[in-house]
Ligand binder design. Sequence first.
Ligand SMILES: Cc1cc2nc3c(=O)[nH]c(=O)nc-3n(C[C@H](O)[C@H](O)[C@H](O)COP(=O)(O)OP(=O)(O)OC[C@H]3O[C@@H](n4cnc5c(N)ncnc54)[C@H](O)[C@@H]3O)c2cc1C
Length: 492
Amino acid sequence: MKRITSRIESGKPVRAVVVGGGISGLSAAWYLRRAANDARIPVETSLLEASNRVGGVLRSERRDGFLLEHGPDCFISSKPEGIELACELGLESELIGTNPKCRRSFIVSNGRLVPVPQGFYLLSPVSLSALIKAPMFTPWGKLRMAMELFMPPRTDVGDESLASFVRRRFGEEALERFAQPMVGGIYTADPERLSLAATFPAFLDMEREHGSVIRGLGRKARNGAESSASGPRYGLFVSLSGGMERLPQALAERLGPGVVRAGTRVQSLSRDGLTRCWNLTLASGERVRADVVILALPAWASAKLMEGVDAELARRLATIPYASSVTVNLAFEREAFAAGLPDGMGLVVPEREKRDLLACSFSTNKFDGRSPDGKILLRAFMGGALRPDVAELDDGDVERRALSDVRDLLNFQGEPVFARVAKHRATMAQYEVGHLEKVARIQAGAAAHEGLALIGNGFKGIGIPDCIREARAAAMEMIGAVKSNTMIGVNL
Ligand SMILES: Cc1cc2nc3c(=O)[nH]c(=O)nc-3n(C[C@H](O)[C@H](O)[C@H](O)COP(=O)(O)OP(=O)(O)OC[C@H]3O[C@@H](n4cnc5c(N)ncnc54)[C@H](O)[C@@H]3O)c2cc1C
């Protein structure tokens, strides 16, 4: 710390390097700069990104008047960090909500589209009247779900899988026909392995506090909190008129080319035994020295870089599994849909339907400006933890499978105007049972390395606002530590 202080005193900036130019890394660089300005600490930030573009999985493309989203197509607005960042970047006027006329969504049940019933919230009905009206359950299934009101709460405090929780409280049918597809569309996860505590802790709290999820949700609804909940709450999702990639583009522009270095893969990381500086070796052979390093990478990529610094931490990082997913944008003439496109945002497909499709967004309905007049844009979502084989298929095969399922479910005629396949290999962290303990140990391990922060979607949330929140927290903590001279061990 003495050296960092004397560096600042001698007019030299603190050298901060962010590795990874996805939304996590770009946000970290942005908030590092902001926090440093606020604290009046001179910090020279560089962001090193392996690929030739920034944004990571956020990728939008304009083609023939369509706006294609190859990665995420929106983010949740109830977590404020996404909207706050967009506003800070001057993108407020570009924020768009989902189309209010088409806010419902569908679930596939025995090959047919059934609207996600009103009064359901992700895993559970909010009331018995909502349950009675739900078309996708058998009478026995409904009865079993209603019995949730009388199921004793679990006394074991250990983590539990989402499947175990739903099965225990609501029964098998609720899991197969509702919870699995609703959650599959968000986490692309295997519900038998997905940690409830790491993904939907509110349901655990309701069980503990109210003795029943239905009762807990009902009370919240009466208090007005969840009264308009329906399925994956599309009404709460926002995007940008120019596409999601506007966010990383704006960040990169505002940070400037002096900060962002695309096409720069970090090959290895080490620590100088004498100076305690970080040394980053790039794929080009160039060496970069840093006082602080933020790794904003998938956990497996951080693991590789940490191997030479802390083998145990690297091993722990490598235990966070990642799944691959695939999107297929499908563009059509409107006439291809003789009966029209169903008036919703999209559909989710339960695993029990035995299809390749996980979900499909009706992009034309979901957000304005996604397709020209007279055309329709759909986006199929495939792969995930339950279907790792899909990301290994060639693009033509993926396209054929997506089309086959979509044709069957939405009943269109003819062929699409074009199709675009995008594969996202090992980008979706899987929060398996025990995830929170894993993350706590990783954080404790990382804390032993002064001037190091680990962020990205592997730890405390996979959504875009979660990634931004973690990046901001890491940046503020770094600058806070420099400011208060407590960054013990950064002996520069
Ligand atoms: C298909 C898909 C759809 C999604 N939909 C949504 C959605 O609708 N809403 C939502 O909120 N979230 C969604 N998510 C999740 C969310 O988009 C991601 O969790 C988030 O964008 C991850 O950002 P990141 O910066 O942490 O990681 P990434 O975007 O994976 O970025 C990591 C970056 O690090 C770079 N890199 C890797 N190794 C190195 C190295 N050695 N040196 C330098 N650079 C390196 C990579 O090239 C990459 O650019 C979706 C994810 C996917 C894949």
